[in-house]
Design a protein around this ligand. Structure first.
Ligand SMILES: [Zn+2]
Length: 470
């Protein structure tokens, strides 16, 4: 997320804790008032290698851990200062802003800039020029959600403060910190991805690498309107940088999960899907069958939240069941059509937008594959299904993978960026796409299977920073 210049550093009682590492030094500047955040005196039991005995001390130790991982990875002779605070960020029991971070200042056309007419974050600017371009201000501003785990904000599920990534069902703070520090180091465009407007008329260094494969234009060469449209073009916004593309061969798994409509010809083709976190992963050759809808809610919706009626069982038995989102969990829906004899499940989203998110949930008894498609794609399939008989539709589909394309890359091997329709402020563009397998640190959401790695063969964060000049 972006941050405007905030000149409050001098007004703070700063408690700076610094450490030196092999390649770069990252210093955390504690911007919290007494008793809050890093200064929270609530006693805490040491956990997962974090020996702090108060909540505040454990938070500082987790920050030091993330700073040391990035410090060991980066190369800069100029110390990087992160002004960090714990604050009330937007939160409820189903979603939370865990944190946000960005460069405090940006610079362009400085002596020795590798790319003229391009904004660089200050931490990278300092690395490139070899001195601190503005010694009065920290380079990175970071905020983290102080309420996580409190009533009404992921109640009972606070950050895991251990350093060993053994977070179980909790959100791993070190992983969140690695993510947010990356934004502050330059993993972001300073261009407004909702309007397409450049910052002060100059592209960001990112905009020299953001390529729209639908128009074959780089963001730096587009009009504002073209950029705003490109930010919403899921599956067509890619990173056109040599380090990321080469590393993707090592990091991303071959095989993009897909729904392929085989017939009738008017809807045939590949559809973008969200994959299920339960049941078998999609494979090759996958599951092929006729698609039949469940209809249990007037006028013609199928929620499949209860065991299927006899006519619905007859319709989906041996077929791929098409059901609608809503009313109960994804796991309950898929279990009900599985019990009715379906060989796969397609869940149609009930909210507009692309790409379709993954299907969350957990149930070891589910053995059929399930996917989510967008509301728009669902409407196209339902149009075909409108002319079905009780047991036949003529709509045939395959739930499988395209082994020629890596999960999270385009057919040319370029890594997909997170383009969404509608635009999601703070998430769109300045992240990798959610289709990457394995999950990447710089996807818009923190997945629970992340490591603390920022480099290949596990992660693509550092290769992108290399592309922009780190
Ligand atoms: Zn982010």
């Amino acid at each position: 997320m972006k941050n405007k210049l905030i000149a409050i550093c001098g007004a703070l009682a700063m408690l700076c804790s610094a450490g030196s590492w092999a390649a770069a030094t990252i210093t955390i500047v504690n911007g919290d008032p007494a008793g809050v955040g890093f200064n929270d005196p609530t006693p805490a039991t040491p956990v997962g290698g974090n020996s702090g005995t108060t909540v505040g001390a454990q938070r500082i130790n987790a920050f030091q851990q993330a700073a040391s991982i990035w410090g060991a990875t980066l190369d800069s002779s100029v110390p990087i200062r992160v002004l960090a605070t714990w604050e009330a960020l937007p939160c409820n029991d189903t979603g939370a802003v865990l944190g946000s971070a960005g460069a405090l200042q940006v610079f362009a056309n400085f002596p020795g800039a590798p790319q003229p007419d391009a904004w660089y974050g200050e931490a990278e600017t300092n690395k490139l020029v070899g001195f601190d371009a503005d010694p009065d201000l920290p380079e990175i501003r970071a905020r983290f959600n102080v309420n996580l785990g409190q009533p009404g904000c992921f109640t009972g599920s606070p950050f895991y403060l251990g350093l060993d990534n053994n977070h179980g069902p909790l959100t791993d703070l070190v992983a969140v910190l690695l993510h947010e520090f990356a934004h502050g180091l330059g993993f972001q465009t300073y261009t407004d991805d909702a309007t397409g407007e450049l910052l002060a008329g100059i592209p960001s260094i990112w905009d020299y690498f953001l390529l729209d494969t639908a128009t074959n234009k780089l963001w730096k060469d587009m009009t504002d309107a073209e950029r705003a449209a490109s930010a919403r073009r899921a599956g067509r916004l890619v990173w056109n940088g040599a380090n990321v593309t080469e590393a993707a061969q090592l990091v991303l798994r071959p095989g993009t999960p897909l729904l392929t409509i085989l017939s009738p010809s008017r809807v045939a083709g590949v559809r973008r899907i969200g994959v299920a976190q339960f049941g078998p992963p999609l494979a090759s050759p996958g599951v092929t069958g006729e698609v039949m809808p469940v209809i249990d809610t007037p006028p013609d919706t199928g929620l499949a939240c209860t065991p299927l009626s006899a006519p619905n069982v007859r319709a989906v038995q041996g077929k791929i069941a098409l059901i609608d989102r809503g009313g109960c969990t994804f796991v309950e829906k898929v279990r009900n059509v599985q019990n009715a004899g379906a060989i796969g499940a397609i869940i149609v989203d009930n909210a507009a937008g692309t790409p379709p998110p993954d299907l969350g949930g957990d149930d070891p008894t589910i053995v059929i594959p399930a996917v989510r498609i967008s509301l728009q794609d669902g409407a196209a399939l339902k149009d075909v299904l409108a002319t079905r008989s009780r047991t036949k539709s003529g709509l045939f589909a395959n739930l499988g993978v395209n082994l020629a394309v890596r999960a999270g890359a385009d057919p040319s091997g370029r890594v997909l960026m997170y383009a969404t329709d509608p635009n999601l402020p703070g998430s769109s563009v300045s992240h990798y796409d959610i289709s990457a397998i394995p999950n990447q640190l710089m996807e818009p959401s923190i997945n629970d299977d992340l490591s603390h790695k920022v480099t290949p063969p596990r992660d693509l964060t550092y290769p992108l920073l290399r592309d922009i000049g780190w």
